[in-house]
Write a protein that binds this ligand. Structure first.
Ligand SMILES: C[S@@+](CC[C@H](N)C(=O)[O-])C[C@H]1O[C@@H](n2cnc3c(N)ncnc32)[C@H](O)[C@@H]1O
Ligand SMILES: [Zn+2]
Length: 343
């Protein structure tokens, strides 16, 4: 028997990844703050996340897994924890289409891409895990097939990957005349996790496209800029190199600052540290890898915080990022950063 948070779990050969405990710990903080609304744990496996949501976040949960053996284990685990709940054994797509759920958690093996459309139908809150990071942040052919995007590896692949995932969800939601509002988005180890609100409004779903666009990236000089959804990206970089236009991706905020503040106040230790980093991040789709820029310039790499402080004293927005110790986000452009690194 495994104990995770307040839940006791038998796995009995059903998928359980202890490395996702940290993610589920953060999820519980998010779920508790969202209160109300029944959650559909659409890919329950052992039921660990849903059971924790019932015990730790006072949420009502409906469980589902397409594997009948998993369903047996979920029922056993509910009993073990003194809980009762509805448990379905259906293809998640069918269940999301035939019943309505206000909060849906999508945590499949690999890509969530095929499930987003069915979830958009009724969800007001969506929580999504993706582990197909190659498709989201570096492998062009997989990105094109799964997410209908142009993607190629940049020096800060996870900034791009998280935004490709959110951009895909946003574009899908627009077909349902909905807009998305990210609550929190993070990456750690092998996965991306996003929590977002969905609101139905024809006009706002159209306006949301102002938050969609392309990351224009030069592999030669590492320059980055943004091109809006309806703009034609510059093909040639100032350095003469050829630009890549990656996306469409989400250009808007990755978080709801007020919401994060609330969950930070209830968190401790490693969780608090991680959430504070997310909260502190500048709202910009442009991140830079300082190591890469320094190696291009033949300079030694300064401590990230020193560079961030320096940029701030010069009046720029700047912050470290949660997914890379030697990367920053800033509204300063590459020339400004290089000037500081040379100095
Ligand atoms: C990554 S695991 C879920 C992990 C679980 N949420 C947790 O936190 O431990 C994916 C689960 O989805 C189930 N599954 C795969 N395809 C499905 C589908 N189309 N509909 C419903 N369940 C599915 C698998 O049987 C597996 O148990
Ligand atoms: Zn260039």
């Amino acid at each position: 028997m495994i104990v995770e948070g307040k839940a006791k779990i038998f796995t009995d050969g059903i998928f359980y990844n202890p490395r996702m405990k940290f993610c589920r710990d953060l999820d519980m903080l998010v779920f508790a703050e969202l209160k109300k609304n029944t959650v559909l744990d659409a890919f329950s496996a052992t039921g660990v996340r849903g059971i924790r949501a019932m015990l730790e976040a006072e949420r009502e949960v409906v469980f589902n897994d397409a594997n009948p053996k998993a369903v047996e284990v979920i029922k056993k685990n509910l009993q073990l924890n003194g809980l009762s709940a509805e448990v379905y054994c259906k293809d998640a797509t069918l269940l999301m289409r035939e019943s309505s759920f206000r909060h849906i958690d999508i945590d499949p093996y690999g890509s969530p891409a095929n499930y987003i459309e069915s979830a958009c139908n009724t969800a007001e809150i969506l929580s999504v895990t993706a582990t197909d990071l190659e498709a989201l942040c570096c492998k062009g052919s997989a990105g094109m097939r799964k997410y209908s995007v142009v993607v190629s590896k940049t020096d800060t692949p996870h900034e791009t990957g998280l935004r490709i995932l959110l951009g895909f969800i946003a574009r899908t939601s627009a077909r349902f005349e909905k807009k998305i509002e990210p609550i929190a988005a993070w990456t750690k180890e092998h996965y991306y996790r996003v929590h977002l609100r969905m609101k139905r409004s024809t006009s706002q779903s159209l306006k949301m496209f102002e938050n969609l666009g392309f990351l224009v990236y030069c592999q030669n000089c590492l320059r980055k800029s943004i091109s809006k959804f309806d703009e034609i990206p510059e093909r040639i970089c100032k350095c003469g190199g050829r630009n890549l236009a990656l996306g469409p991706l989400w250009l808007g905020d990755l978080k709801d600052g007020a919401f994060l503040e609330k969950i930070i106040s209830r968190s401790e230790g490693e969780h608090k540290k991680f959430l504070l980093k997310i909260a502190e991040e500048v709202n910009s789709p442009i991140a830079y890898d300082i190591q890469k820029i320094c190696s291009k310039l033949g300079r030694s790499v300064p401590p990230t915080n020193d560079l961030v402080e320096k940029l701030r004293t010069l009046g720029f927005k700047a912050s470290p990022v949660h997914y890379c110790g030697h990367c920053i986000k800033t509204d300063a452009d590459l020339e400004e950063i290089e000037k500081l690194l040379r100095a």
